[in-house]
Design a binder for this molecule. Structure first.
Ligand code: JF8
Length: 250
């Protein structure tokens, strides 16, 4: 998988060289390239922003540098890129709320390009223009406001890259996590390790009883109970036929 990130704060993306994502690059599973948007300006001050038409507080990112930067990437596709080009992922407060389903979809792509906005965002014509050429997904981390797209790119990249075959050593663990499609997107059940008793709190006996069927039923029950309690919106999406706990009010 090739990831291109366009930003004015390249240092923000330094964590992509660490840990799991850094190792995936060393293994050749991932090729991450960070590009400075200011390389695509041509004035003395390397200007990337200007005042918004119609007035309003703050500044917007100008379309020209973005057009030049993204055109340069599209002109030099990586080996294995799809005919239709990359998915352009634009972190934005007005985007679809990022989800595990979106992570799974993006993990199936050979090439992702991230456009990190700053200031009050990017001139709307950039997304409008590139929607005519490639697939564009405006994505939000959630209903709160950040100062730019870089933090979102770090989160989205981690969620996506960990799903790429070979990146996580024990792929089986991916199917046992909260929001995993294999578990209907439910929240994960409580988990315990040794000691069996800690500060007067005991591990549920069923987990140490050796009855794997009973353990699986307990875990499913706990996942349903926890999801009903904390994320009824997730439970409502569950096919009723798969909601084994009919006592859960949703
Ligand atoms: N993703 C996401 C975001 C943002 C965000 C993204 C990009 C820019 C560019 C300027 N300000 C931004 C805020 N705020 N809240 C989220 N969940």
């Amino acid at each position: 998988m090739r990831l291109d990130v366009v930003t004015i704060f390249a240092d923000y993306l330094a964590p992509l060289q660490l840990s799991l994502i850094g190792k995936a690059q060393q293994q050749g599973l991932l090729d991450v390239r960070v590009h400075d948007l200011r390389e695509h300006t041509h004035d003395r001050h390397r200007t990337v922003d200007d005042t918004p038409y119609g007035g309003g507080a703050g500044l917007l990112m100008k379309p020209e540098p973005w057009g030049e930067a993204l055109d340069a990437l599209l002109a030099d596709p990586p080996a294995g890129a799809r005919e239709e080009g990359p998915v352009l992922v634009v972190p934005s407060p007005v985007g679809e709320v990022f989800s595990q389903r979106a992570a799974v979809e993006l993990a199936a792509e050979p090439w992702l390009v991230f456009a990190c906005g700053r200031y009050e965002g990017i001139d709307a014509r950039v997304v409008e223009h590139y929607r005519t050429r490639i697939r564009v997904r405006e994505v939000s981390l959630g209903d709160y406001v950040l100062n730019g797209g870089e933090v979102a790119v770090l989160a989205i990249t981690e969620a996506v890259v960990r799903l790429v075959p070979g990146v996580i050593g024990n792929a089986a663990s991916l199917t046992e996590e909260s929001h995993a499609p294999e578990h209907d997107g439910l929240l994960e059940h409580p988990a315990y390790t040794k000691p069996a008793s800690w500060r007067g709190l005991d591990v549920p006996a069923v987990l140490a009883g050796g009855n794997h069927g009973a353990v699986e039923r307990w875990r499913r029950d706990e996942a349903l109970r926890r999801t009903a309690s904390r994320r009824p919106d997730v439970l409502r999406r569950l096919d009723p036929a798969r909601c084994d706990r009919h006592d859960l009010a949703v």
